[in-house]
Design a protein around this ligand. Structure first.
Ligand SMILES: Cc1cc2nc3c(=O)[nH]c(=O)nc-3n(C[C@H](O)[C@H](O)[C@H](O)COP(=O)(O)OP(=O)(O)OC[C@H]3O[C@@H](n4cnc5c(N)ncnc54)[C@H](O)[C@@H]3O)c2cc1C
Length: 451
């Protein structure tokens, strides 16, 4: 049996980044990927003739972002879309009050001011929170101090709850008070009109990636690792595990010997949230041309609340809405027809007589995907930011971990996956790797015809 230098498990953004860096350094690397495609939670569906990003869509904040540097170095086109982090204002948003009535500019400004005021108080409450406090605890304390009228408090409360659901895929009462500390967005946000999975695909080009290889067991000794798949065994001097936290939590991979507490503890403590997408196309646009988002506040938006206009990607009137947290889990058990009917009825409440019958839809169910078991990680009550980075290992110098859940600075993002793959490659090689050279290597290879 060939003994590789490194076996990378998972061909998502973190796995292909690390594998490409190790390969560039001359290491003998193989990537074992369970799915029949590269990209993992970056998944662009092109079956309809235009791209639909079923996983990640946004770069959240392009200022001082090495991820954005990479996108630019590869010349990947983007569209500005700066409301991807559940902002209340900043870009044109069509807001509807708790009874479904369109809000005028004055009430919209008041609403944005309410959120900003409550957010300032919330930041103070988070700073003075105690271990074990949930995001719900600190939210309620901030709202108690806000002095807002009860109806306006209800709308801000609902907004905070939805923000946690979208950013973390979790219920606000399950998230640690510090669970959104790393959520600052610097600069504009962008989406990808050619589909976001172009990025991992181009990084992966030319690597030895074995698709359809589901890893079931990883045995380690002082000398290296043996990785078992449903298609046979592979051995190497070391392994890099990049499967999602949900897969580690489900124990679908057996580690022999079992993982020590230093890594097993974070796996148990961190949470894996659910965040699902519903894209719906309509025969005609019934919202304003310049609107980034249509948003129902308070009771009107209890379930479906925010619809993002992504028509620019396909040229067809298209809204993207989300179902996250407990609602996102429940939605997964509904049929597509039930989901679409529910979304359309919520829209018809806001735009009576204007909403035509949908012409197409796409619905994700990431919580039921056995190779993800959820959408992204979050700081569940009882966990800490250190848990993310502790999860990276290494274990016995031969077993490393990467992936969004292993990066404490901005977990749950493509950036986290990229940076954690970079860190793992540096640790395995025992030297630093320059990101600009990495990007230049990808474009240089693309210019050189394969021999
Ligand atoms: C719906 C959704 C929307 C998102 N939106 C954004 C966004 O707008 N912006 C953003 O920055 N981030 C977003 N994210 C998060 C982002 O997609 C992830 O953080 C990132 O892609 C994770 O990369 P990764 O390499 O850590 O994991 P993954 O991409 O999940 O890669 C892990 C790989 O391991 C493979 N695998 C699993 N089990 C096995 C096994 N047993 N054997 C072999 N292989 C296995 C998987 O198939 C997968 O390919 C979103 C995620 C979801 C689900």
């Amino acid at each position: 049996m060939t003994t590789y230098d490194t076996i990378v498990i998972g061909a998502g953004m973190s796995g292909v980044t690390a594998a490409r860096m190790l390969d560039d350094a001359g290491a003998d690397v193989i990537v074992l990927e369970a799915r029949d495609r590269v990209g993992g939670r970056m998944h662009t569906d092109r079956a309809a003739g235009f791209p639909v990003d079923r996983g990640a869509s946004w770069v959240h904040g392009i200022d001082d972002s090495p991820l954005w540097d990479l996108v630019q170095a590869l010349g990947i086109p983007t569209l500005e879309y700066t409301v991807g982090s559940f902002q209340a204002g900043g870009r044109p948003i069509e807001n509807f009050d708790g009874e479904g009535r369109a809000m005028d500019p004055a009430s919209t400004s008041q609403w944005v001011a309410d959120v900003e005021q409550a957010d300032r108080l919330l930041a103070e409450e988070i700073t003075r929170s105690s271990p074990g406090d949930t995001y719900l605890d600190v939210t309620e304390r901030a709202l108690d101090r806000s002095g807002l009228e009860p109806e306006r408090i209800d709308e801000v409360r609902e907004f905070f709850r939805h923000r946690v659901e979208e950013q973390c895929g979790a219920w606000v009462g399950d998230l640690d008070a510090h669970g959104l500390d790393e959520d600052a967005i610097d600069g504009d946000e962008v989406i990808f009109p050619r589909g976001y999975d172009e990025l991992p695909r181009r990084i992966a080009a030319g690597l030895d990636i074995r698709l359809g290889h589901v890893v079931t067991r990883i045995e380690r000794t002082d000398r290296g690792v043996t990785v078992s798949t449903r298609n046979g065994e592979f051995s190497a001097r070391n392994a890099l595990v990049t499967v999602p936290l949900g897969v580690l939590k489900a124990e679908s991979i057996e580690f022999a010997p079992p993982l020590p507490d230093a890594v097993g503890g974070p796996i148990a403590r961190l949470g894996m949230g659910v965040f699902n997408k519903v894209f719906i196309q309509f025969p005609e646009r019934f919202w304003r041309e310049d609107s980034y988002v249509l948003r129902a506040l308070g009771e009107a938006g209890e379930h479906w609340h925010s619809w993002y206009d992504v028509s620019a990607v396909s040229g067809i009137p298209t809204l993207l809405t989300f179902a996250a947290g407990p609602f996102g889990r429940r939605m997964q058990d509904l049929s597509d027809e039930e989901v679409v009917a529910d979304v359309v009825s919520a829209l018809r409440f806001l735009y009576p007589d204007a909403v035509g019958d949908p012409t197409a839809h796409w619905i994700t169910r990431w919580g039921q995907d056995e190779f993800s078991n959820g959408s992204y990680s979050h700081l569940a009550v009882g966990s800490s930011h250190h848990d993310h980075d502790e999860l990276a290992g290494p274990v016995d110098a031969v077993l490393h971990f990467a992936g969004e859940a292993t990066w404490g600075d901005e977990p749950a993002t493509v950036g986290a996956a990229y940076y954690s793959g970079h860190r793992a490659a540096e640790r395995i090689l025992g030297r630093s790797i320059d990101l600009a050279e990495f990007a230049a290597g990808i474009t240089a290879r693309e210019r050189t015809p394969a021999s």
